[in-house]
Design a protein. Structure first.
Lengths: 296, 391
């Protein structure tokens, strides 16, 4: 983690006249949009903070960064950030981002999506984005519930957990988004929680730097709905729950064992480079120009 | 000189309506296409996949039509002219994105090659059943422009017009083709570069006080001004608002289109100067109507044709102008009565006598023939004459 912290310090030093950290964050946030709509105890702000740090550590200019959000609590992320931002329709953030990135491969395109966006209504877009390997970073804010609409069952709600549409406990098995991303061919796949800020920041930085499609699933806390319905009413209880229900990959020597304990592994599942889509497309354009496919 | 012969020959090309649409898009400067295969629109996508890489443009086949329109909107915000093409079932899926493009004032072109519906219907059979969906398909009050074409060269020109309107007014423009027109081949003279007007996206005069949602032109992402784009009701910077400001912005984007209805009204007319029996049609049906009008004229019936190429915003003003001389209106269309309602609305309440507006529909997947229109009017005349005799 120390390299990451140093990098942030460097980025901070770059901004002359900045005296404290709050001023540093103000540089990246839209003050008029604060406070955010997120509830007290919500973990989303932790992700936004880690994201700002990671982008700054990479030395990216604000004008070259595009953040695309979906719909739901996480979809509010673009409003807060002083980058080029787009708040898309529900589930389609990756499709919007695809259009932006293919047109302007020089822009850094980051997608902030919820678990409903990624695993339910936008599941189709998610798997195909993993398959295509366009240089996008998808950050999945997974609170295991539909927060903004009032706490309904999500495809990521653990079996047995309650929601406002599964008051007796969900009978459905939950989606494992990282396994889905791996199966669909994403090059960088990682999971962490808002409990471990250092790891979150380090993983986001690695994901952003990865040339290709990267996925970071961040388990985040929703004391308002998930917590209230599942005896985790206090924010610290929810955070503790995230810690208890996950296990670092290195510790989970045998993944099956972790699974049997009902704990989700965290860490980096895959970090493999393969040729990226916009690069392939550039080569295709060169071929098309010389080959005169289907001559006119 | 032999060279000149070859060139003159090349100007004439036997092409399909769908090919004319793709060539028109490229002529207009379209450099992004995202789509999903669907009959009877797929040839547009195939041609774009072949031609765009040669021009350094982007082609991508998406996982569905929702993704296609979403990628098109993203590309537009990245600064290029972008389009997609589809047919009924795909057009239904695209309504979500069309609404987003409307509220975010995103220039884009959506081509809908109409086929028989609803649902899967008859994929290879022609129809004009998507007129109301094109105008009102997405939820909420919203601005769109809807264009049609009735022959292959017309498809080329109307696709160029669609891009011009989209860029000029920052609005999604829908081009409604008919299955028959999509697949019909005609020998056409391809427009030369510079022959047709091609408009570019208006850039703001100053970056300093630029507001992205205040009729000041368009700036893409990465151009040095950071703002937000959202499908929520928003202020001039793209941040959520409610109440009066939301209403003001909604009225502004709709007014922007409606107040220019006369400028947006593209149409062709036949014998309108002295017509008493007016046929109002659009798309492929206008060709049958034109033949019927010629036949009626030859027999002394004062028939005329108004071929609407702009279906929305509806050109009410044309009917105000024509009403005093018209005795009867017939609207033939390949549906059970869609645009006829707009015609009825436009003539309703005009000063003077009430004007009868009749509909001639056909939904068996075949075209309305000139004979059908001719006979319909002839039978009506005979009824009228008999009535006069009785009176």
């Amino acid at each position: 983690m120390s390299t990451s912290v140093n990098a942030i310090k460097k980025a901070k030093e770059k901004k002359r006249g900045i005296k404290d950290m709050s001023e540093y964050y103000r540089e990246y946030l839209r003050a008029e949009e604060l406070p955010s709509v997120w509830c007290p105890g919500c973990g989303n702000g932790v992700i936004v903070k880690a994201l700002v740090d990671a982008v700054a550590a990479l030395g990216w200019e604000k004008d070259e960064v595009v953040v695309v959000g979906g719909i739901g609590c996480s979809g509010r992320t673009p409003f807060l950030l002083d980058y080029n931002t787009l708040h898309a329709t529900h589930g389609r953030a990756l499709a919007f981002a695809t259009g932006i990135k293919l047109t302007r491969p020089d822009l850094r395109v980051i997608v902030a999506m919820g678990d409903g966006d990624a695993a339910a209504i936008g599941g189709n877009h998610f798997i195909h984005a993993c398959r295509r390997n366009i240089d996008l970073t998808a950050i999945v804010f997974n609170n295991a519930i539909y927060g903004q609409t009032g706490g309904q069952l999500a495809p990521t709600t653990p079996q047995g957990k309650r929601s406002t549409t599964s008051l007796l406990g969900s009978i459905e098995p939950a989606f494992d988004l990282c396994q889905l991303a791996l199966g669909a061919g994403a090059g960088f796949v990682a999971r962490t929680t808002v409990f471990d800020f250092q790891e979150l920041r380090a993983l986001l930085k690695r994901a952003l730097a990865h040339k290709g499609f990267s996925v970071v699933e961040v388990l985040t806390s929703c004391p308002t709905y998930f917590g209230r319905l599942n005896d985790l009413r206090e924010p610290y209880e929810m955070l503790h729950y995230l810690k208890e229900t996950t296990i670092p990959l290195e510790e989970a020597a045998v993944l099956d064992e972790a699974k049997s304990m009902g704990r989700l592994p965290t860490g980096v599942f895959k970090d493999e480079q393969r040729i990226e889509y916009t690069e392939l497309y550039r080569q295709l354009c060169q071929m098309a120009r010389s080959a005169r496919v289907g001559s006119e | 000189m032999p060279e000149r012969h070859v060139k003159a020959k090349e100007q004439q090309r036997l092409i399909q309506g769908n090919e004319a649409c793709a060539f028109g898009a490229l002529y207009a400067g379209c450099r992004f296409y995202a789509g999903y295969p669907i009959t009877p629109s797929s040839e547009i996508m195939e041609l774009m996949s072949r031609e765009l890489p040669k021009l350094g443009g982007v082609f991508i086949q998406m996982e569905d039509e929702i993704a296609s329109i979403s990628a098109v909107i993203g590309a537009s915000w990245a600064g290029v002219k972008a389009m997609t093409a589809t047919s009924g079932p795909g057009f239904s899926l695209m309504q979500e994105g069309i609404g987003y493009a409307a509220i975010t004032e995103t220039p884009c072109v959506i081509v809908d090659c109409q086929r028989w519906g609803p649902s899967t219907g008859q994929p290879t059979k022609t129809s004009q059943g998507d007129v109301m969906q094109a105008i009102w398909g997405t939820h909420g009050d919203h601005p769109v422009i809807v264009l049609t074409a009735s022959h292959v060269r017309d498809v080329f020109e109307m696709t160029v017009a669609a891009f011009n309107f989209a860029e000029q007014y920052r609005v999604p423009v829908i081009v409604l083709l008919d299955e028959v027109l999509s697949h019909m081949r005609e020998n056409i003279k391809m427009p030369e570069p510079g022959e047709l007007l091609v408009l570019e996206r208006r850039r703001p005069t100053s970056l300093a006080d630029f507001k992205p949602f205040a009729d000041q032109g368009f700036l893409p992402f990465g151009a040095g001004v950071r703002f937000n784009v959202t499908g929520m009701a928003h202020d001039e910077w793209g941040f959520p608002v409610q109440g009066e400001e939301a209403e003001r912005q909604l009225r502004r984007i709709i007014h922007k289109i409606n107040q220019n209805a006369a400028e947006l009204a593209l149409y062709e007319e036949l014998y309108l100067d002295d017509t008493r029996m007016l046929i109002v049609s659009y798309g492929i049906t206008s060709r049958a109507a034109a033949m019927a009008v010629e036949q009626l004229r030859a027999e002394g019936v004062p028939a005329g044709l108004l071929n609407l190429k702009t279906l929305w915003p509806f050109p009410d003003f044309l009917f105000e102008e024509l009403a005093p001389q018209i005795e009867h209106i017939l609207v033939p269309e390949l549906n059970l009565g869609q645009l006829v309602r707009e015609v009825q609305r436009a003539v309703q309440g005009l000063p003077g006598r009430s004007l009868p507006v009749e509909h001639l529909g056909r939904v068996d997947g075949s075209l309305i023939t000139p004979q059908q229109i001719y006979e319909h009017i002839r039978q009506r005349d005979q009824k009228g004459e008999r009535k006069e005799e009785r009176d």
